[in-house]
Design a protein. Sequence first.
Length: 466
Amino acid sequence: MEEGFYDTVFRFLSTLMDLFFVFLQLLHGLAFSFINWKIPTAYMDEIFHVPQAQRFCLADYSYDRKLTTPPGLYLISLILARISNSLFIPFDLCGIIWLRLLNYIIAFIAFPILLKKIYRQIHPDQPNPVIKRSAYLALFPLNAFFGFLYYTDVGSTFLVIWAYYLGLKKRYWRSICVGFISLLFRQTNIAWIAFIAFIQILQRVYKETLFARHPHPGQWISSWFHLIVDILRNLNQLVGIIAPNAVLVSGFAYFVYMNKGIVLGDKENHIPGIHFPQLFYLSTYVAALSVPILLTINLVPRFITRNFGGVGRVLTTFGFLLVMLIVVHFNTREHPFLLADNRHYVFYLWARTIRRHPLIRYLAVPLYYACIWTVLRPLAQSSSLFFMTAFIGACSLVLIPSPLLEFRYFTIPYYIWRLHITPPERWRIHLEVSFHVLINLATVLLFIYRPFEWAHEPGILQRFMW
């Protein structure tokens, strides 16, 4: 009787969530209309992207030297515009509203569908309501916000997740083709292409590897040794995965060599370096935006037990903290862009925390450690040592060389993490959705209705954004 009652309640809540999703889609459409009404001209980085796309539409393929990324987004817009013209559709798809609409469709229509498909692939045993709820992951604040503007981030994220999905489905050539297209949106996606290739190899060698339990720490080296041996034994079966990925990675390396760097333009402001604290910022960012699914009653007691429950664990924890303190002391970097633009939230976060007092960066280390542990723990419970290593490696390749703290760089790591952790309880998913919706509502309203002016540019409205 009691179980039947709870099933009825959950079915009712599931129906409400379906209706809520429809309501949110209408709300997103309203927000998109308001943004285009209030901000009908290119804003922030759009001042580079929109004119470049419009030049392409006019068959002018000269490239803005300030653009650091390849022309993938503009080529897609150009193709759509050419198709529209050939069908005599009476719309200028190169106008700013139509350019923004491309990202809107990707973020709020195509991406939710893709998320449900890949979630079902990763968690095949989950009931249909849980799979359906995965569409709400498209509401992650950074993805949702930039779905209203003409930026490269939404397309880049979508293509990487799509390539990953195709890889998990063992459609290797399709995966590599989509991965190549993702490079035309953002060069650092090469790290995720390598990650996807490694996961494909694991699938062929060990079908259960993605979800296998971790070996004892003393067996880690032997586990990697056995993996290498098994890969060599199955090399004939893996040629179809390794060869095209090796060609793509080699081609990318040749591009970097000929280009004398990974970015296309504005190279003087995008010089790669070593920036290890990026991994600390990533963990803190993911933890903060995932509070509804990470914060449990036993989280603190378990953290204390696992990190301070015994002399060995205490020494290990303090060893990690010491290393992190050394990294923070010698490797904290403040890119000129970080405090040069007060329109970004990260400007205020940095200025009012790390910049506030010289000691704060050190006092933040225990918080970083707690966030790293809190974020990696659920992933470790649902993934193998090999997957964890590949994931951390890809995050490191993308983030550590970047001197600039930029939240947009954390979006793909968040999605890979969120897709692979054990599905949270339903009520936590509902809480997570509500949390993200409130953040999105606040950021969009702030963006639209709280403009300000710079003293040196009177009459020109500036707006707060991620």
